[in-house]
Design a protein around this ligand. Structure first.
Ligand code: GAP
Length: 440
């Protein structure tokens, strides 16, 4: 792999690769597509699972102070009153009376329509971004419900049930990965802003005392989340921390930092790490009338913990990893994905498909590796073309079984990044790959 920062691809290069290789397709494409909804193909679904798995492992299972939940998408409608989403989850929009285009008011830089240039913009009007639905057979106000616009609220409303059943005491966190829905007025930039997407959220509950614990954990999570991207191979030159200034902060928040990525369309939010104070739990206590305070058996003190919330979109993280891994070289396009993220870790090729001994040995090798490594088998076209295909989907190692393999019981292992090829004996192959790939 080149050590210098790789040049940024264009979004056209990324969307073309995503479609060509089966990462991401437009949803319902044969019907003309749905704006803001995306399907993940055979390779994309593996990459997406690996992004989730890397987050879950590093944020939940490898720690003793975080537990997970999986809460419902449709929650009691009062949840969204308490959280402020019914009253405040709006985008201010203006319409152009001439060309009929609609714009987000905060994206406009003058009183002229950016498309037609006319000064015929309406006053801003508010659009709530929550998807509405109905529970049960009646479609009236009493059965109105919403698809969750974030996964976080499921964690807050279950806070007491979780700390009691998991026997956890602040500082500890509750994590969740799941779908979220926002009727974004201006979805776009491929999957960056979608209407249906997935979030990975951690609500980390911090005790009221000693003073300063909240900010200590806030800084800890900003750094931890930043390092997570670097550990997964993201190039540091493309990743930035941006701390909010005082007037950008919500009234209950002491601090917020966005991790921003240099997307081809400009530097934009990848993940947010917010100090949410006791806002959400206080709101749910007031709206539900239930006591959600934590009672410390040792000190006999009762308190509402402060919350530090790292919140990341799965789709947005995947898009950033895809862009960051992309490199166009003179003779190939290659995705330098971290092996933990690569859809396939190893591809196995028989040099030719018309030699039963070679095909049989290659298929035996793949079957042996399959239980412990995500593998793929390819016997179509010449080996050069097969390397090209695997490079484009980021497979770190390709194994070729050839005539020599039959005599010597060894194979060629080719490295995606350096293109170097070495001969490895078949009985040492699993160990060799484990060592090269590193911990999964
Ligand atoms: N609970 C806090 C929360 O939801 P947010 O900044 O609205 O905060 C958190 O969203 C993250 O979710 C964002 O940083 C982004 O990665 C992802 N996200 C938000 N809206 C999205 C959308 N429309 N499409 C894709 N990802 C989105």
């Amino acid at each position: 792999m080149t050590t210098a920062t790789r040049p940024m691809p264009t979004m056209d290069e990324i969307t073309a690769l995503a479609k060509r290789r089966g990462f991401i397709f437009q949803s319902s494409e044969i019907y003309g597509g749905v704006n803001g909804a995306w399907d993940y193909g055979p390779v994309g679904v593996e990459l997406k699972r690996n992004v989730r798995e890397a987050w879950w492992r590093d944020v939940v299972t490898q720690r003793d102070d975080v537990v997970g939940v999986d809460t419902a998408i449709v929650m009691h409608p009062d949840v969204w009153k308490a959280s402020g989403h019914v009253a405040n989850f709006y985008d201010q929009m203006v319409d152009c009376k001439t060309c009929k285009k609609r714009w987000r008011a905060d994206h406009l830089t003058s009183d002229r329509c950016p498309a037609c240039g006319n000064k015929t913009l309406t006053e801003p009007r508010a659009f709530n971004m929550m998807f509405k639905t109905y529970i049960g057979a009646m479609e009236d106000a009493s059965s109105e419900a919403f698809l969750r616009p974030e996964t976080a609220q499921g964690i807050f409303v279950d806070f007491k049930l979780v700390y009691q059943t998991a026997r956890k005491k602040p500082p500890f966190g509750i994590a969740q990965i799941g779908k979220a829905f926002r009727n974004e007025i201006t979805p776009g930039n491929f999957t960056f802003r979608s209407r249906e997407f997935e979030q990975m959220e951690l609500e980390f509950f911090v005790p009221a005392k000693p003073v300063g614990e909240d900010l200590r954990w806030y800084h800890y999570w900003v750094n931890e989340r930043y390092q997570w991207f670097l550990r997964l191979g993201m190039q540091a030159a493309h990743l930035h921390k941006r701390e909010y200034s005082g007037n950008e902060l919500a009234h209950y928040s002491k601090a917020t930092t966005d991790l921003e990525y240099d997307f081809p369309f400009g530097r934009s939010e990848l993940e947010g790490i917010a100090h949410r104070g006791t806002f959400d739990l206080t709101q749910h206590v007031e709206t539900s009338g239930k006591d959600l305070a934590f009672f410390d058996e040792e000190t006999k003190e009762k308190f509402l913990p402060t919350v530090i919330e790292p919140s990341l979109g799965v789709d947005r993280a995947l898009l950033a990893f895809l862009i960051d891994a992309y490199e166009k070289e003179a003779d190939r396009t290659v995705l330098h994905l971290h092996p933990r993220l690569s859809p396939y870790k190893v591809a196995v090729f028989p040099l030719v498909r018309n030699k039963p001994d070679i095909v049989e040995l290659a298929s035996r090798i793949e079957t042996t590796l399959r239980p412990s490594l995500r593998t793929t088998f390819d016997d179509s076209g010449n080996v050069g073309k097969r390397y090209y295909r695997q490079d484009e989907i980021g497979t770190p190692y390709c194994i070729t079984v050839d005539y020599q393999s039959l005599d010597n019981q060894d194979v060629t292992v080719r490295d995606r990044d350096t293109k170097e090829q070495v001969r490895v004996s078949i009985d040492k192959l699993a160990e060799h790959l484990r060592e090269k790939l590193g911990p999964m």
